[in-house]
Ligand binder design. Sequence first.
Ligand SMILES: [Zn+2]
Length: 233
Amino acid sequence: MSPGVRELPSPNQDDRPAGAAIDTLVLHYTGMRSGAEAIARLRDPAARVSSHYVVEEDGAVLRLVPEARRAWHAGISHWRGMAALNDRSIGIEIVNPGHDWGYRPFPALQMAAVCDLCLEILARHPIPPINVVAHSDIAPDRKADPGELFDWEGLAANGVGLWPAAADAPAPAGAPAGASAAALLSAIGYRTDLPLPVLLAAFQRHWRPARVDGVADAETLARLAGLVRMLGA
Ligand SMILES: [Zn+2]
């Protein structure tokens, strides 16, 4: 553990199920007006929410729940056939007001701290790169965090998660865009029982942040295909 991590325990934790592997890393934004307000809520027994870590805008890192314990950050969630991801994930809350309170870029110091923390976590647990996810990936109908301003590409460049290479292969000509997109989203790990535009918007928030409109345009399809290629799916 980095010397810079400050312990600030939350009561909102319990045991992981017996034998549960830790194989997923979920990134969030706090979505409240201030970091202090968010941290207070993550430690309020009445709120029944928490995360393992909070990263403040100045890069300070707080630990609220030990990694071996279950924090309560993901809620109803699905990814690559898994459900109830609190059982098997580590959750990081990243201070940002979010879409409701003045969404703004994540400062460089904060992103650097997030990156370092993720690298430490990935060194401790066998978490596949495709299982480094946004809350919006695993709950696309409910959540938009950490959102399109979050620097997933920069993280991937440092070995945290995946980023598809520049589109070097267009989507298959003649394939119906809707059917093709649905199959690719499923291959990546999204649940399939939600409207396609909802799933596409979640994908775009993570992997095509310049355009989050739920439309399978050529660039979105190319990035979908590029990511699936990286998975060997
Ligand atoms: Zn969240």
